[in-house]
Design a protein around this ligand. Structure first.
Ligand SMILES: Cc1cc2nc3c(=O)[nH]c(=O)nc-3n(C[C@H](O)[C@H](O)[C@H](O)COP(=O)(O)O)c2cc1C
Length: 186
């Protein structure tokens, strides 16, 4: 795919086939995340790659904020948990940049995945302490996000349709509401 196609066709995927992701594709995804810009180039991101079915099941069934909201992630052959070593980022104007660092890097990973036909879905609705417990993540590390990665099922699940409708996933703010010329426009 060319760049525009990758960016314009990307969407969150919530139903997956069990086809494995080849190692060279995973490598391409990690390289895309590795070269992301970051606060003072300190690269605070750390990724845990979870392929083991028992661990995936645990994450799917025991990490949700509300009930089994993340049950769908166990279908995917790989779950990647995006963490931050916050001591390797910084704060400016009262803003913590570890979130920005990890977000840029993880999004680059997701776009590289999509370029190879692999879907993902950024997840924030998890209980950080539960995820830490399941994956032995030290206290000082923050879990910023996680995502399933896998080949999209042709027929999307009812759950996927319901979330998309609930979140209004197809809607986007109009450009003239999002971009101001020269000064803030109210
Ligand atoms: C910070 C963030 C948190 C999100 N958390 C969740 C989540 O917990 N569960 C989920 O199913 N989708 C989650 N999403 C996906 C959004 O619902 C989705 O990106 C949005 O509806 C737009 O749809 P699209 O990604 O298909 O374009 C999250 C996305 C972001 C960027």
């Amino acid at each position: 795919m060319d760049f525009n196609e990758v960016v314009l066709t990307r969407k969150s995927i919530r139903s997956f086939t069990d086809k494995q992701i080849p190692d060279d594709v995973l490598q391409e995804m990690f390289t895309a995340s590795q070269v992301a810009p970051s606060f003072q180039n300190r690269q605070c991101w750390r990724y845990i790659v979870v392929k083991d079915i028992k661990k995936r099941r645990e994450l799917a069934l025991k990490s949700g904020l509300v009930g089994k909201v993340n049950f769908f992630i166990k279908e995917a052959p790989v779950i990647i948990v995006a963490c931050a070593d916050t001591s390797k980022s910084g704060t400016m104007n009262g803003q913590d940049y570890y979130l920005v660092d990890v977000a840029i890097s993880f999004q680059q990973m997701m776009l590289a995945a999509w370029n190879n036909g692999i879907g993902s879905c950024w997840l924030a609705a998890f209980n950080e302490n539960s995820v830490k417990k399941i994956l032995d993540i030290p206290d000082k590390i923050r879990v910023v996000a996680m995502s399933p990665f896998g080949y999209p099922k042709e027929k999307t699940s009812l759950y996927s349709k319901a979330v998309k409708t609930f979140a209004g996933s197809k809607k986007r703010i109009e450009l003239d509401k999002m971009i101001f010329q020269e000064t803030w426009e109210s």
